[in-house]
Design a binder for this molecule. Structure first.
Ligand code: HEC
Length: 100
């Protein structure tokens, strides 16, 4: 019995990094896809007319729709962000909601 639990423990430890790796990294995605316009901390850039995203009233669901579907009343965001799947959009949205 003991031998089996040790084997299971080893298997779980070996699987952990793979599970962590599979989760989308919202911070890294934000940095590479959004930060150049909205600022590293989501503070925006007034001179360039880039709104802050930090403290947005939008919910995670609204942000995901905004990013993956676009909003025709907008300019830059009229179209979906290219090559961004829903899971990645959700990771970014959750990262934005954590910004202080
Ligand atoms: C090329 C610059 C640029 C990039 C890249 C960009 N945005 Fe934007 N974003 C804007 C501009 C400009 C607006 C104002 C609305 C518009 O003109 O489309 C905006 C608006 C927003 C808003 C609404 C803010 C508000 O209060 O109206 C959110 C949320 C947002 N962007 C999130 C993101 C996220 C998340 C990403 C990365 C996946 C991203 N943006 C990438 C320029 C950019």
């Amino acid at each position: 019995m003991k031998g089996i639990s040790i084997l299971i423990a080893i298997a779980l430890l070996a699987a952990a990094p793979i599970l962590l790796w599979a989760a989308e990294d919202g911070a890294a995605l934000y940095e590479s896809r959004c930060g150049m316009c909205h600022g590293a901390k989501g503070e925006g850039n007034k001179d360039a007319n880039m709104p802050a995203v930090k403290g947005t009233p939008m919910t995670v669901e609204q942000l995901v729709t905004y990013l993956t579907k676009g909003d025709k009343t907008k300019t830059i965001h009229a179209d979906p962000i290219s090559d961004l799947n829903e899971e990645q959009a959700k990771a970014i949205a959750e990262h934005i909601k954590k910004m202080k």
